[in-house]
Design a binder for this molecule. Structure first.
Ligand code: ZN
Length: 329
């Protein structure tokens, strides 16, 4: 391993030491769940459901009284804006982690997504407690904002009896902002990472992971409705023709024609070589797919050109369907 790779490995090993840690002591809500705060939240959010604000409606409902909007869960234990200040006081592991990122060349942060789940409605008189754990830290990613790491925290909410009421995951990207190429100065860019960034990896989830597994097995798959037989791409849960959620897949021959294309020059995203031909390919089975056309100058790509897919390994272990002009066409 060269020195840079060693520094990166040490940095990433240290990052992983944060995974699984509770960020600090449990946060107990300053107030019981109460009608006034519920009303203010509903007014601020424009939520007019009377189950949250009108005692008579609450009483006659299955809840037997007013309940708090589930999405308000975080508000009960959330500290004020003060949480965003004073990264130097190392009184919790999340701040310590963010400072560690900052000290190693990843000063910027952006929240990317949040999910919540609920065990039960909370109601006036409940007192919530939140416990937050650093759940995962990704491998290094190249994003449109810059290269960095995704950090996920998981917060568990419980009531005054210690019974669970809900959970929340919160994902942020800690990153090194993209900058025009220039010599490193005053420590800028002096973190352990200055190797060539890799291509963005597809976000894998319930609805699309199977398709990428197909690519890993050298197959270009097309989703097919079990009920009406309609093919669809990109993968999604429901058939747009008959609304069936039953589906299977077929394997494409990989042959198609260029329906349309664009040649990208700007803005450059780390991990890609420019100019880059991005094409919409009509597969002969009848669906379309977005991919790159390679093996030809980007300027020679033409609408109607016959192309063929090959599954190619890029950057070590990452497979992608890439299209090439059909020889002799
Ligand atoms: Zn269908």
């Amino acid at each position: 391993m060269n020195q840079q790779a060693e520094a990166k490995a040490a940095f990433e090993a240290k990052l992983q030491e944060f995974v699984g840690l509770e960020i600090g002591p449990p946060e107990v809500a300053d107030d019981d769940v109460n009608e006034a705060m519920i009303r203010h939240w509903c007014q601020a959010m424009g939520d007019t459901n009377p189950i949250y604000t009108e005692p008579e409606v609450g009483k006659s409902s299955t809840h037997g009284g007013i309940v708090a909007p589930p999405a308000m869960m975080q508000a009960w234990t959330m500290p004020g804006i003060v949480v965003a200040y004073d990264l130097d006081s190392l009184d919790d592991k999340q701040r310590e982690l963010h400072k560690f990122f900052g000290d190693n060349g990843y000063p910027s942060v952006v929240a990317t997504d949040c999910e919540q789940g609920y065990d039960r409605y909370v109601r006036p008189g409940d007192r919530l407690t939140a416990r937050t754990t650093i759940e995962s830290i990704s491998e290094e990613k190249a994003t449109a904002l810059g290269i960095g790491y995704f950090v996920v925290t998981r917060t568990l909410y419980s009531d005054q009896k210690g019974e669970p009421v809900g959970w929340m995951t919160f994902r942020v990207l800690k990153f090194k902002p993209n900058q025009p190429a220039q010599p490193a100065a005053d420590g800028e860019g002096s973190g352990p990472m200055s190797g060539k960034p890799t291509r963005m990896r597809p976000p894998l989830a319930h609805d699309n992971a199977w398709w990428w597994e197909g690519v890993d097995n050298d197959q270009l798959l097309i989703q097919k409705c079990d009920d009406c037989g309609t093919l669809r791409h990109p993968p999604r849960p429901m058939c747009s023709e008959c609304q069936s959620i039953q589906w299977g897949s077929i394997e494409s021959t990989g042959r198609g024609t260029v329906h349309s294309y664009t040649v990208m020059h700007h803005p450059p995203i780390p991990g890609y070589d420019y100019p880059l031909a991005v094409a919409l390919i009509d597969l002969e089975e009848g669906t379309r797919i977005v991919s790159n056309v390679e093996g030809i100058s980007p300027h020679d790509v033409r609408i109607g050109m016959k192309v063929e897919c090959s599954i190619e390994t890029t950057e070590g272990d990452f497979k992608l369907p890439i299209f090439h002009p059909v020889a002799g066409e």
